[in-house]
Design a protein around this ligand. Structure first.
Ligand code: ADP
Ligand code: ADP
Ligand code: ZN
Length: 213
């Protein structure tokens, strides 16, 4: 089963993708995490410039990352895509890539959260290199500054500054929001109210996914 998580920065895509990946036993693919892991290489450092300004990394780079990742054997039973696609060309490329693998998108979950709440969430977000995500108030780790899952030190992302967050919200509305109609037209879209608790959202997502599985 292939699931796409759509929604603005801070809507909870990473948080929900992690929970869903554990339940379904299929990989969680976060293009943001893949890009961050590539920092230090030539392509990674070029990407970091776009990311720190809150701009999108060029489509050609993302499409080739996703093509490589989806052709790995652990994706044969499907995956959860978090943060991809973010543009119409990326969405077109995704359906081609999946068709070439005899697969398709089963469902697109659009997590909706008001802007004021997104800013509060991102300004106190803490992350781990293992992919886990926390919030100082809404979802704190058991021991301050330490990842519950792997024990490593948590850090604040360079792009979780107020200026970058504001720019990401503008970019989301211009480049990514058109995907809502794109997937609505293809009868794949389910809207999720993302302003509730992590548990409530996760229960609703599980109900929707179980119905389609
Ligand atoms: P995204 O991947 O969409 O950018 P994250 O999953 O990283 O979003 O969540 C952004 C921040 O908000 C994190 O600090 C996370 O712990 C917190 N968060 C996620 N879901 C909720 C929720 N339902 N209520 C409150 N805070 C949340
Ligand atoms: P967030 O949790 O705030 O939604 P991500 O970790 O998904 O952020 O992405 C961080 C940054 O990585 C984005 O602001 C963008 O610069 C880059 N990025 C990630 N995925 C994509 C994509 N599909 N297309 C273009 N840029 C991307
Ligand atoms: Zn960790």
């Amino acid at each position: 089963m292939n699931i796409v998580l759509l929604g603005p920065p801070g809507s909870g895509k990473g948080t929900q993708a992690t929970l869903l990946s554990e339940k379904l036993g299929i990989p969680h693919i976060s293009t943001g995490d893949i890009l961050r892991r590539s920092f230090g290489t030539e392509q990674g450092d070029r990407a970091a410039g776009y990311m720190n300004r809150g701009e999108l990394v060029p489509d050609s780079i993302l499409i080739s990352i996703v093509r490589d990742r989806l052709s790995q054997p652990d994706c044969r039973a499907g995956c959860i895509l978090d943060g991809y696609p973010r543009t119409i060309p990326q969405a077109d490329a995704l359906s081609h890539i999946l068709a070439g693998l005899n697969q398709k998108i089963d469902i697109v979950l659009d997590i909706e959260v008001p802007d004021s709440e997104l800013i509060a969430r991102l300004s106190s977000r803490r992350v781990c290199t293992c992919g886990a995500t926390y919030h100082l108030i809404f979802n704190p780790p058991q021991n301050p500054g330490v990842c519950d899952r792997c024990g490593k030190a948590l850090y604040q992302r360079d792009d979780d500054t107020e200026e970058s967050v504001r720019n990401r919200l503008i970019v989301y509305k211009k480049e990514t929001q058109p995907l809502i109609d794109y997937y609505k037209d293809r009868k794949l879209l389910v809207t999720i109210d993302g302003s509730r608790s992590i548990e409530q959202i996760s229960e609703e997502i599980w109900a929707v996914v179980s119905e389609n599985n």
